[in-house]
Design a protein around this ligand. Structure first.
Ligand code: HEM
Ligand code: HEM
Length: 200
């Protein structure tokens, strides 16, 4: 009899994670910079177009990601992790998933209800699914700008924890998400690039 132990995330999920990480961090940094510039000035105006386009791309990638996550198997957590660390990691991942949807959606609501540009990289405009309404626009803006602080904290914690595990604890956490990670376990035979191994 052979039972399967998965030690890495599925390749598609890993690819989406890294693509999202790059786009998300770029959107976050551009948003931060734009927040410091007076409204209506250049290059804030142009950069906000890029910011919104990156954010909408993150939203669609996150929908795809959730579908992949729901239909595939996540790797088992390293046995060396204590209960508290496991709980903290799960809480951090849950917060990241919430942010991946909350930031684009509040940004979209704010822009759609406020009558602001919703152009995708200077090409087509996203449909306005939210009616023109100053109160909705204001609520979306307050939510987006307030959540931004949570974003900085949660993303910084996530990256710091990854480096801590990779450089200090060295428990293979990064390999679970790294492209084409090699997985080995005593008594286990590597099966494929999927990170799935068979225990005979
Ligand atoms: C990955 C998704 C996103 C992230 C991480 C993100 C992050 C941020 C951050 C950090 C700021 C600066 C907040 C401040 O300092 O006040 C910001 C501002 C802004 N974001 Fe986003 N955002 C995202 C998606 C979107 C989307 C999809 C839209 C619109 C369609 C949008 C519209 C805006 C606008 C208009 C501002 C300027 C707000 C102001 O100056 O008050 N964002 N965003
Ligand atoms: C340099 C930046 C980043 C690094 C080094 C990194 C690293 C990692 C690693 C190693 C894991 C696997 C953790 C585990 O197996 O317990 C992971 C998971 C995850 N990361 Fe990142 N990450 C980065 C940026 C981001 C960003 C910007 C986001 C989203 C805003 C994000 C969202 C997630 C989520 C949601 C998971 C959990 C995956 C799941 O269980 O489906 N990551 N990350």
């Amino acid at each position: 009899m052979s039972s399967e132990v998965t030690t890495a995330y599925p390749p598609l999920l890993r690819a989406i994670h890294w693509a999202t990480a790059v786009l998300f961090i770029a959107a976050m940094l551009i948003g931060f910079y734009c927040g410091l510039q007076p409204p209506g000035t250049s290059p804030r105006r142009e950069l906000l177009e890029v910011h919104k386009s990156l954010g909408m791309t993150v939203l669609f990638l996150s929908v795809l990601r959730l579908m992949v996550r729901a239909t595939t198997r996540a790797p088992v957590e390293p046995a060396s992790l204590g209960a508290l660390v496991r709980f903290a990691a799960r809480l951090n991942h849950l917060a990241l998933y919430l942010i991946l949807f909350a930031m684009p959606l509040t940004g979209y609501a704010f822009s759609a209800a406020g009558g602001y540009s919703l152009k995708y990289f200077w090409t087509f405009s996203w449909p306005r699914l939210v009616a023109d309404n100053p109160q909705t626009a204001h609520a979306g803006e307050v939510a987006h700008d307030t959540l931004a602080w949570l974003v900085y904290a949660v993303v910084a914690l996530h990256i710091a924890a990854t480096f801590w595990h990779a450089l200090v604890v060295r428990d293979g956490t990064l390999a679970r998400m790294w492209p084409r990670s090699g997985n080995s376990e005593r008594g286990a035979r590597r099966c494929s690039d999927t990170g799935t191994i068979h225990m005979d």
